[in-house]
Design a protein around this ligand. Structure first.
Ligand code: OGA
Ligand code: MN
Length: 282
């Protein structure tokens, strides 16, 4: 049986996948269909799933090897492939209530940033706590020709250390160790990123980790990045995912940014993420 994909009417870069049970091994033809689907729809939503950690990891591995995050305090002790965004903590992980509350593409500061992420919800607040997603193909397409020409060949500088420090306000996070810092040196990636399978171009910048533009004075690069971020986060490019328990959202980090939103932290919010390794951006 082939996969049933229902694109959302106003935001067709998002599709709901209706007939796949993630608690069961999926066939190679289903995997092939989903791999092709994520090139057409950058966000795949699976509702009403009941999966344990083994099933989450096993499903994710169909799409590539899994990333283990540099910061260990959020990783489940028995499942280092799973990062727990849990505001009460889970099994000894550090509680976190607003991880990713800035526009970003996961771990874009690595030489080979992850292709995708799979976020599964176990506990959600009744209101708020939505995750916003921006369609970076559409954002690129909507740029005027002058801007497209200007961006050709430009590379953005991505880094993690500055962001980590910002998040550490209030002393909630320890400093990165020398060893961790060595894992995350600043890197450059093209600002216009091409999907090697489809040839589609996406804006590949984000508020969280891009610091400047190679070969430009820092303030000039920063100003251009701010302009591009403001453009890409216009409402016409945004999908807001309102989480229900049992949702799993699989997004393409090469072609989207996302941003967590606020909620009343008297309610528990527990999310599990796996992250699929990717290639050097071209
Ligand atoms: C993530 C992330 C946002 C959220 O899992 O990568 O940024 O709303 N999550 O939890
Ligand atoms: Mn994220």
């Amino acid at each position: 049986m082939s996969v049933s994909l229902k694109p959302m009417t106003t935001t067709a870069f998002v599709a709901v996948v209706e007939n796949v049970d993630l608690s069961q091994p999926v066939s190679s033809s289903t995997v092939a269909e989903l791999r092709s689907a994520i090139n057409r729809h950058s966000i795949l939503v699976f509702r009403g799933q009941t999966i344990d950690n083994d099933q989450h990891v096993a499903f994710s591995r169909n799409f590539g090897a899994l990333e283990i995050h540099t910061v260990k305090q959020y990783l489940l002790p028995d499942y280092p492939e799973i990062i727990a965004l849990a505001n009460r903590g889970e099994n000894g992980t550090t509680p976190i209530d607003n991880g990713g509350a800035y526009w970003h593409s996961d771990i874009s500061y690595k030489i080979k940033p992850p292709m995708g992420s799979l976020l599964y919800s176990l506990e959600v607040p009744p209101d708020g706590g939505d995750t916003l997603y921006a369609d970076m193909y559409a954002a690129y397409d909507a740029l005027d020709e002058n801007m497209k020409r200007k961006l050709e060949g430009l590379r953005a500088i991505h880094g993690y250390a500055a962001r980590f420090e910002k998040m550490g306000e209030g002393g909630k996070r320890p400093q990165l160790s020398a060893e961790q810092l060595a894992e995350v040196p600043e890197v450059n990636h093209p600002i216009v990123r091409t999907n090697p399978e489809t040839g589609r171009k996406a804006l590949y910048i984000n508020e969280g980790f891009t610091l400047g533009i190679e070969g430009m004075p820092m303030d000039e690069g920063r100003a251009l990045l701010d302009t591009l971020n403001a453009h890409a986060t216009e409402p016409r490019f945004i999908y807001a995912h309102h989480w229900r328990v049992g949702d799993l959202v699989f997004w393409d980090n090469r072609a989207t940014m996302h941003c967590a939103t606020a909620y009343d932290t008297q309610y528990a919010r527990t999310m599990h993420r796996t992250t699929i390794q990717g290639d050097t951006p071209i």
